[in-house]
Design a protein around this ligand. Structure first.
Ligand code: 13P
Length: 252
């Protein structure tokens, strides 16, 4: 059975002190929760990953990176490799976030390379994609999402999907306070699962967790998560406050 996941993408927030504090608070908040089938993940910035990993050992909290470079190692000043992430105990990496695509020029082709490298390093991937507002206004959201998935993931064999989580994040809903309606999320998630099924069969498609991201808050999480093809959320702003994040975890 596929897992539910609530993942907090901290983006470029929280210095060392704030990281220590929030990790401690989140650990405490989930300690006594019956998490059932739900994984709880946080993605702090690179410099605080080792601290977060150390401080979440022997807890239910998992730690992911927000990005990595596509090369194994070498002369890439300022970059971080999958091997480095592995070596400090990080097991999961977020790839393809719309902010990486928009501000750092990450293309589908580059992301296909990153995906391959992450898997070669035995890292699990939370792969993000989603349409822009103009795409949705023009009714092109499915075509855009389909090509993002195909271009970055369809070089993989079906076994690779044991290590892939998908995160549908419509760009117009990120940090805007505007969420996709539960119906819009469900329609798109069902479309994504069908897209996977068309290439890899329904067994693989049904085994992959698909998260929704974009202004998920305690007030809307329950309804979004109640949809059959929504297996959790990738949370930005609300993951920075323990009460909000914990309430979203409890929404399952
Ligand atoms: P917000 O929850 O702040 O809209 O961010 C969503 C996101 O980008 C998570 O990766």
């Amino acid at each position: 059975m596929r897992k539910n996941i609530v993942a907090g993408n901290w983006k470029m927030n929280n210095d060392l002190k704030a990281t220590r504090k929030l990790v401690k608070q989140i650990k405490k908040s989930i300690e006594d929760k019956d998490l059932n089938n739900t994984r709880v993940v946080i993605a702090p910035t690179f410099v605080n990953l080792a601290t977060a990993v150390k401080r979440s050992k022997k807890s239910k909290l998992e730690v992911a990176a927000q990005n990595m470079h596509q090369a194994t190692n070498g002369a890439y000043t300022g970059e971080v490799s999958g091997e480095m992430l592995k070596s400090i105990g990080v097991k999961t990496v977020i790839l393809g976030h719309s902010e990486r695509r928009a501000y750092f020029g990450e293309t589908d082709a580059l992301l296909a390379e990153k995906v391959n490298t992450a898997l070669a390093n035995n890292l699990e991937i939370i792969f993000c994609f989603g349409e822009e507002l103009t795409d949705r206004k023009e009714g092109n959201q499915e075509a855009v999402v389909e090509s993002q998935i195909k271009n970055a993931l369809f070089q993989l064999d079906s076994n690779a999907f044991k290590h892939i989580v998908l995160a549908y994040e419509p760009v117009w809903a990120i940090g805007t306070g505007e969420t996709a309606s539960p119906e819009q999320a469900q329609d798109m998630h069902a479309f994504i699962r069908n897209t996977l099924a068309s290439k890899y069969g329904s067994e693989v498609a049904d085994s992959v967790s698909i998260l929704y991201g974009g202004s998920v808050k305690p007030a809307n999480a329950k309804e979004i998560f109640s949809k059959p093809d929504v297996d959790g959320g990738l949370i930005g702003g609300a993951s920075l406050k323990v009460d909000d994040f914990s309430a979203i975890v409890s929404a399952f």
